[in-house]
Design a protein around this ligand. Sequence first.
Ligand code: UDP
Length: 491
Amino acid sequence: MVSEPELNFVLIPLLAASHIIPMVDMAKLLAQRGVTVTLVMTPLNAIRFTAVIDRAIGSGLLIRVVELQFPAKEAGLPEGCESADVLPCLKSRRQFFAAVSMLQEQAEKLLEEMKPKPSCIISDTHVAWTAETAHKFQIPRIIFDGMSCFNQFCMHNLYIMKDQNQIPESGSFVIPDLPDRIEVTKVQLPGAFNPSTICVQDIRDKIRAAETRAYGIVINTFEELERRYVDKFRKLKDGRVWCIGPLSLCNNDNLDKAQRGNKVSFDKEDSLKKWLDYWQPESVVYACLGSLSHTTVVQFVELALGMEASGYPFILVVKSGEREAPTDNWISENGFEERTKERGLLIRGWAPQVLILSHPAIGGFLTHCGWNSTLEGISAGVPMITWPLFAEQFLNERFLLNVLKMGVSVGSHEVVHLGEEEKYEVQVRKEEITKAIRRTMDKEKEGNERRKRAKEVGEMANKAVEKDGSSHLNLKLLIKEVQEFQLKQSA
Ligand code: UDP
């Protein structure tokens, strides 16, 4: 009898916290199904995940981390700059992508020697060279771009509009051929349709070309969340779409929830829990604008004062680092922290977001609508206060407001491109922030309906990842697909 060849899924994330985080979750889920998983990283990125991955390995999962040396210097980046969330400025984005493309040779050497032989590559869509690598090794390249099917389908239709020169320069328009009415303006669209001053179109084109050659795509979503969009997108991709999320729900353990993505900036482990335990259920607002964005001091002032004026207890995540020094100065000079200390908690640096969201005291999540955060809020069943900033975040906001009906907008009107924040001054005033928080937290009819809806969606999310739930089954189908491909190859 010929035994089945062992499966080895090689996971190649884009080197940025919010791209690696879901890939690490995916690695755990695949390994829980008996697959060997090889995660390809660089030393400084791997360090951020050591605790979580070591714990997974300790529990018997077959996960390996292989490290490539990141050619920062060769690409003109400062030494140690290995991740998109620590780039010194927007201009370095081009250098960052140059460094990423230099990783191909090292990665292919590793793949050649790998045992068991690689069965497939699950690659972040932004790592375009993996298309060539998968072709060389005659294995499927399955892409992952960290977005929803709703977003994929919007983008598909927007590209058609763009090719036909149909995106109006000003005024709102409806994205065609969608099951829901989704109205946007050009300045709210992702960079492909609304470019920043730094042109990266050539990089984008390469990524898109590689996307069209992909074998299939895994999506961090669940079918019940966006069934009509999943169906449409699946048709577009000849069925090779696997919805296996919410990936964050694979973290059952409090330590895994807390250590997801970076070292948490909280000294005493228990103090956060104690702080949250003190408050009534659904009474606290949690505000965090993701891992990549930068909030100017003038905009931060509006955010902080808007939260204070809402009257609700809050957790506010404040980025740390040199660029944020003016914000830190304002916090101490204004006396904001001291004044709000009875009901406000500032987390400087990295917050244990999934752990916080899972606490019953959280009643609203003020988010920039990055898809990871959006789905984490959905999974926690928490209504959202939406403040989209860049990339596809306005589309995610529309999804929360118009499709799921579980969000209230703070009313931002325009993308703030990464690295160009200083250009924009204040986008959202404190009064608008206070108003959106109050509408969300309100215990009257409108707020209650939104809360009920959020809870229902949260329950669906949790069911999807349970045994025999849709995402649980889709993961099985994905593994089966790769297994059958491998068997055909070796026949
Ligand atoms: N995150 C976190 N703590 C922080 C900031 C971010 O845990 O202080 C995590 C968050 O849970 C999410 C990811 O970082 O998983 C952010 O991804 P998202 O797609 O929401 O936004 P991006 O960072 O790409 O803008």
